[in-house]
Design a protein around this ligand. Structure first.
Ligand SMILES: [Ca+2]
Length: 355
């Protein structure tokens, strides 16, 4: 987190009317700013833990100035039950089973349920057996209520990072229409800008898996909203040689990540996947971009602010994000669409996440 203390006070040494010297005042203000700088950034995560969600969670856990207030799980890459188990598994590897994990929505609002089992493995984490899984008794119920309660208790302070189909978030705003106004910001991995699909002809997985939810969230979350789209993640992907270096770190976290990533690495070599990607096939851990941008204000180096919505009716385009460059939708709220990141910064964050 960057923090600037501002210019020095020009009034230093003068006496104030209440008998308090401006030196004391200056010191107090400096102390206040230092404390504020050291305050942790409060994050709440909404995930469907597959391999890239695991990267994102581990990145958040490794960041020194970040506090994770809770994690809600949703259907998506795999079934809700698997997403819950996988999330606990990731937390266990990081020794952070103290973070509450909540059971969210098991199905989309209206759409037919779909998973990304081909890519992430049937269990969502590369089908590598877990000989000593964390107890499911650790899991908590009522994800949506927990999200609303946490945000209400920390008004203006919580950054919500959503790396799953947006069902939990949509249900939350239907139950509590004003709660998004109390969010500091929302970061989403999902949608697309160039009609490039990775699931349907024109659709990205998270939005296609629950188009109605994505529509509701883009319409009703009027807090600052940042979107890491499919094409953006492809264009900012990393060489496979970096992936080798990342996983070669001599830590349990790196060994775990290498193990659960084997299946997705194989899938990334398939002809089908080669057709999905924009540009060269490379190491693309989509969800980690949204998370990295949420914790590092200097990560995104190029972006654009545009009103967006989601196509709900098209035969080929249902679930596609529509980008309203012409302003025809007359939407006041615009989202920040990420375009480029500082790749060296991102690489360092990935390396730190497995240390
Ligand atoms: Ca995800």
């Amino acid at each position: 987190m960057s923090c600037k203390l501002g210019p020095p006070l020009e009034t230093q040494g003068t006496k104030l009317g209440n008998g308090c010297s401006s030196d004391t005042l200056s010191q107090t203000i400096t102390l206040f700013l230092i404390v504020k700088c050291r305050m942790k950034k409060k994050l709440f995560l909404d995930v469907d833990t597959g391999v890239d969600d695991a990267h994102a969670i581990m990145m958040a856990l490794a960041a020194p100035d970040v506090e994770i207030l809770g994690i809600t799980c949703c259907h998506g890459n795999t079934s809700l039950d698997n997403a819950l188990k996988n999330t606990l598994r990731v937390l266990k590897v990081c020794n952070r089973l103290d973070i509450p994990v909540y059971r969210g929505c098991a199905e989309p609002m209206i759409a037919r349920k779909r998973h990304a089992g081909d890519f992430h493995g049937k269990d969502g984490l590369g089908d590598v057996p877990d000989p000593d899984p964390p107890s499911p008794e650790l899991l908590k119920k009522k994800a949506v209520q927990a999200l609303i309660k946490t945000v209400n208790e920390n008004p203006g302070e919580v950054t919500l990072v959503a790396t799953a189909p947006l069902t939990n978030l949509a249900v939350a705003v239907l139950l509590a229409p004003n709660f998004p106004k109390k969010l500091k910001a929302l970061y989403i991995m999902g949608g697309n800008t160039d009609s490039r699909g990775n699931t349907t002809v024109c659709g990205e997985f998270n939005f296609v898996a629950d188009p109605e939810a994505a529509y509701i969230v883009l319409d009703r979350y009027t807090c600052p909203t940042y979107i890491a789209t499919w094409e953006f993640s492809c264009r900012n992907s990393l060489p496979w040689s970096f992936c080798d270096v990342l996983f070669a770190q001599d830590t349990d976290k790196a060994r775990f990540m290498e193990k659960i990533s084997r299946h997705t690495r194989q899938m990334a070599q398939t002809e089908r996947y080669q057709k999905e990607v924009v540009g060269e096939s490379a190491f693309n851990t989509c969800d980690a971009y949204a998370l990295a941008a949420a914790i590092d204000d200097d990560l995104v180096t190029e972006s654009e602010e545009v009103a967006v919505t989601v196509e709900l009716e098209g035969t080929y385009t249902r679930g596609m994000m529509a980008v309203d460059y012409m302003g025809l939708l007359k939407k006041k709220h615009k989202a920040v669409i990420m375009k480029k990141v500082d790749l060296e910064r991102f690489k360092q964050m990935l390396m730190n996440s497995l240390k």
